[in-house]
Design a protein around this ligand. Sequence first.
Ligand SMILES: [Cu+2]
Length: 270
Amino acid sequence: MKTLFSKYTFLLILAATAFSCSDNEVPFDPTVDLIKIDEGFAIGAATKVEVWASQDLMAGYNNIFIALYDSVGGSRITKAKIDFYPEMSMMGGVQHGCPVEEPAEEAVNQLFPGAITFTMPSGDMGSWKLKIEVQNQVNNKKGSTTFSISIANPTAACVKSFVTAANEKIFVTYNFPKKMKVGINDLDVIVYRMINMYEFAYEENYSFVLTPEMPSMGHGSPNNVNPTHASKGHYKGKVNFTMTGDWRLNLNISEGEAVVKDLYFDVEVE
Ligand SMILES: [Cu+2]
């Protein structure tokens, strides 16, 4: 009995030591909650480019995180100018881009956060490529790499488009900065105006009335905050999910006195 006890004690101490050692030695991993989409080399810039995202890329607003490394020494690059050039080649030959938010030139937690709003899924309609151009500010070289990417079609549309009375094409999408939960959630509604097939402007003059509802149960929720423009086409508001399940975010969009559009996004709160 005594022998058994001391054996276990010894094992416990060993285990505790092992855990505390590995705890101390695990380096900070900025990509711990992210998934790697792809990686490649921006040849002219002598830079390895990794593309990370918070979920699989899909038609809608995607938070994208770029990790850069010196392709010779392997050290992380945290100062660079990064440009996104997404392009869809449609069946039938038409090509077009989509709205992007380029990262700042200084990395945040070793990564360069940006965003891309893919306006269509890949598949039957065509295929997407993402060219990433890097101006490495450590070696002062510029280069690019191009990825073939697959864009999923979400069950409920995450980006919607319409044409205004002035014949301008508008894209509306949304982003929850944190995972949706029961209670009050921050919500970004993001609006872009199409200038041509490759250029999009931030639409900053809209106002929104946000009315969440649970269509299956016939109720809404109190204490929501209508999204108002903060910067770069991002309208910040709050949505109150009073229970889990399927919710519809109804948005009445107007510009000044004029009603622009009514649309909605369906989301599922787990
Ligand atoms: Cu397309």
